[in-house]
Design a protein around this ligand. Structure first.
Ligand code: CP
Length: 325
């Protein structure tokens, strides 16, 4: 990776969006700009003083209506490393639990002059609705089964970091495609950057007509593994399923889980990725999750730099003085 002190003003000048809602609406150039900006920020977390003043005076609110470990924490650390102020609001402990609407909550936060809202919600489209009404920037931290743009951006960053390119690679996304916002955002991002995408899962977990998004669909996990440079595993999203869509987790593991034996069918330098949380022993055995091909924790590390880049760009990319960087 190229490790520069701070993003170049020329790069930042191309970001024109108030919000980051999904990868569907980003161009390949905008995606590359986020990745380049993240590359510039990556080394800040290696410093003894892990802070630059890029967002000094800005206020970020993490507004999470669903549980999160990685996304919420890395947005908080990203804001702090850019010297922004950050407030965390969990829906269960806010006045939302007393009947206040989401839009009223946002109006009240905007009355406090916040600059950016990072929103996760179980319903698709909530960040988009808020973005239309809010003057602050809105960043989608996952909306239902729709999109999880910063997860896909950190996945793209990790593939680029490990393989030096994305164009021309084959990425197999295996698991509960139908209920996965990670799959959807990755499909948009990977295809825009020139990767071939295979989606694989049981018939009940592959949406009909998914090929219209420019991917190849298969139920044959061995075929997906054989052709892939990257295996991206997904957990079964029980919380988004209205009915049990697989006979049992045991059968799912037997037919689609990646263990050491199944991994022998993969390319010798395959990358194993997972957005987390991992359900060990279901989609991925521990020997593979913790094995030499796994980059799962690198994804988490890279997520911090990617979220710093996103906060920086949507805030209007304020100029960072060379001595500050
Ligand atoms: N990958 C991801 O979104 O993880 P969290 O749910 O822990 O944020």
């Amino acid at each position: 990776m190229v490790m520069t002190a701070a993003p170049h003003a020329a790069q930042a000048a191309h970001w024109m969006k108030k919000d980051l809602l999904g990868l569907q609406e980003l161009s390949a150039e905008e995606i590359q700009l986020v990745l380049q900006t993240a590359d510039s920020f990556w080394e800040i977390s290696l410093r003894s003083i892990k802070k630059v003043p890029a967002l000094r005076g800005k206020t970020v609110v993490n507004l999470f209506f669903e549980p999160s470990t990685r996304t919420r924490t890395s947005f908080e650390l990203a804001a702090k490393r850019l010297s922004a102020d950050i407030v965390n609001i969990a829906a269960q402990s806010s006045s939302l639990s007393k009947g206040e609407t989401v839009l009223d909550t946002v109006r009240n936060l905007e009355a406090l002059k916040v600059d950016m809202l990072v929103i996760r919600h179980a319903a698709a489209g909530v960040p988009h609705l808020i973005a239309k009404r809010a003057t602050s920037s809105v960043i989608n931290a996952g909306d239902g089964a729709h999109e999880h743009p910063t997860q896909a951006l950190l996945d793209l960053f990790t593939i680029q970091e490990k393989r030096g390119r994305i164009k021309g690679l084959t990425v197999a996304i295996i698991g509960d495609i139908a209920h996965s916002r990670v799959a959807r955002s990755n499909i948009w991002g990977l295809t825009k950057l020139g990767a071939r995408v295979i989606v694989c899962g049981p018939p009940t977990l592959l949406p009909p007509h998914i090929e219209s998004l420019g991917v190849t669909a298969t139920h044959d996990v061995n075929a997906a593994i054989r052709d892939a440079d990257v295996l991206m595993l997904l957990r079964i999203q029980h919380e988004r399923q209205e009915a049990m869509l697989i006979p049992s987790l045991r059968e799912y593991r037997l037919r689609y889980g990646i263990d050491r034996e199944r991994l022998t069918k993969a390319k010798p330098d395959v990358l194993i990725m997972h957005p987390g949380p991992v359900n060990r022993g279901v989609e991925l055995d521990s020997a593979v999750a913790d094995g030499p091909y796994s980059v799962i924790l690198d994804q988490v590390t890279n997520g911090l730099a990617v979220r710093m880049a996103v906060l920086y760009l949507v805030s209007g990319a304020p100029k960072v003085d060379a001595e500050d960087g």
